[in-house]
Design a binder for this molecule. Structure first.
Ligand SMILES: [Fe+2]
Ligand SMILES: [Fe+2]
Length: 309
C-alpha cells in the first residue's frame, strides 16, 4: 500500500474504531484489581524486620512460578506497547482514545499479578524486580509495523495472552491465582475482539492488503515476552508443561481468528490477495508440522522419563 492509501484506510477505519470503542466500553466491567489479592497473607521482608524470601514459602511449583513471572514481565513492558501503538494509531480521535483506554486497562494486569505474587511470596521479589528492570530497559520494538500488520499482530497477540493467562492460572493449582488470571484473561479477550473487529472491517475495505498483513503476521509471530531475560529457555519449559506450546498457538490462537475472518472463503480477490492467501496456507502448513513434531517429541520424552524411573 502507498502512504496515501494507508492514510485513506486509516481514516476509513476510524468509524469502526469508534463503534468498537463504544461496544468495548459497554462490555468492559469495571473490575477492581485489589479484590483478587489475599492481602491477609502479606508480611514484611527483611529490611522491615521481616523474613527474606525463600523458595519454600511459595505455593507455586517452579514451572508455575516461571509462567507467572513471564506473564507478569510481559505485562510490565506496557510503556513500550503504549509507545508502539501510539506510533501506529496516533494520539487523536477515536484511535487515540482507544490507545489511552487500552493502556489504562492493561495497567491493571501487572498491578494485581505483582500484588498477588508479593503478598503470597509466590516468586523471588528481588529476582522479579531485576528482571522487570531488564525487560523495560530492553523495551519492545515491533519494527514500525504498518497499520494493517499492527492490527493483525495485536489480534493474535491479545488472544495468545488470553490463552497464556488462562492456562497459567489452571497450572498454578491455587484457586486465588486461577480466579485472578481468569479475570485478566477475560479482559484480554475483550481486547482481542476489538482488534479482531477492526481487521474484519479492514478485510471488507481492502481485502488484498489485509490478507497480506495477516499472512505476514502468522508467519512471523513472536510473543511480546521475547525480551524477558531467559525467555527462550522459559518458553521451552512453559511449552513442555503444556501451558503454551505450538499446538495451542495453532489450534487456540491462529485458527479461531482465521476462521472468524473466513480468510479461505473470501471470493473475488485480486492477485495480491490470492498470493497472500497462498502464503498464509504455506505458513499454516509449516506451523502445523512444527506443532505436530513438538507434541510427538514431548510425548516421547515423557515416555522415556517414565520408563527410566
Ligand atoms: Fe494484559
Ligand atoms: Fe490485552
Amino acid at each position: 500500500m502507498t502512504a496515501f492509501e494507508t492514510r485513506t484506510l486509516f481514516k476509513q477505519l476510524e468509524a469502526a474504531v469508534e463503534e468498537n470503542l463504544d461496544r468495548h466500553m459497554a462490555a468492559a466491567e469495571d473490575w477492581m484489581p485489589h479484590e483478587y489479592v489475599p492481602w491477609s497473607e502479606g508480611r514484611n521482608f527483611a529490611s522491615l524486620s521481616g523474613e527474606p524470601w525463600s523458595a519454600e514459602q511459595s505455593r507455586l511449583s517452579p514451572i508455575a512460578r516461571t509462567a507467572m513471572e513471564v506473564n507478569l514481565l510481559t505485562e510490565d513492558n506496557l510503556p513500550s506497547y503504549h509507545r508502539e501503538l501510539g506510533y501506529t494509531f496516533g494520539r487523536h480521535g477515536a484511535w487515540g482514545e482507544w490507545v489511552n483506554r487500552w493502556t489504562a486497562e492493561e495497567g491493571r494486569h501487572a498491578a494485581c499479578m505483582r500484588d498477588y505474587l508479593l503478598v503470597t511470596r509466590g516468586v523471588d521479589p528481588e529476582h522479579l524486580e531485576r528482571a522487570r528492570m531488564a525487560t523495560l530497559q530492553a523495551g519492545w520494538d515491533s519494527g514500525n509495523k504498518p497499520l494493517l500488520h499492527a492490527c493483525a499482530y495485536v489480534s493474535f497477540q491479545e488472544l495468545a495472552t488470553r490463552v497464556s493467562h488462562r492456562n497459567t492460572g489452571r497450572y498454578c493449582q491455587d484457586p486465588i491465582a486461577e480466579t485472578l488470571l481468569a479475570r485478566i484473561a477475560m479482559h484480554e479477550n475483550l481486547h482481542m475482539i476489538f482488534y479482531r473487529n477492526l481487521v474484519q472491517a479492514a478485510l471488507e475495505m481492502a481485502p488484498g492488503p489485509t490478507l497480506r498483513a495477516i499472512a505476514d503476521e502468522v508467519a512471523g509471530f513472536v510473543m511480546p515476552g521475547r525480551v524477558v531475560p531467559g525467555f527462550a529457555r522459559k518458553a521451552v519449559q512453559i511449552a513442555q508443561a503444556g501451558i503454551y506450546d505450538l499446538r495451542i498457538h495453532h489450534d487456540d490462537v491462529i485458527m479461531p481468528l482465521l476462521r472468524h475472518w473466513r480468510v479461505f472463503e473470501a471470493a473475488g480477490l485480486d492477485a495480491e490477495g490470492e498470493q497472500a492467501r497462498q502464503d498464509l496456507a504455506a505458513a499454516l502448513e509449516v506451523l502445523e508440522a512444527r506443532a505436530t513434531r513438538f507434541v510427538e517429541r514431548r510425548a516421547e520424552a515423557q515416555a522415556e522419563r517414565s520408563t527410566g524411573q
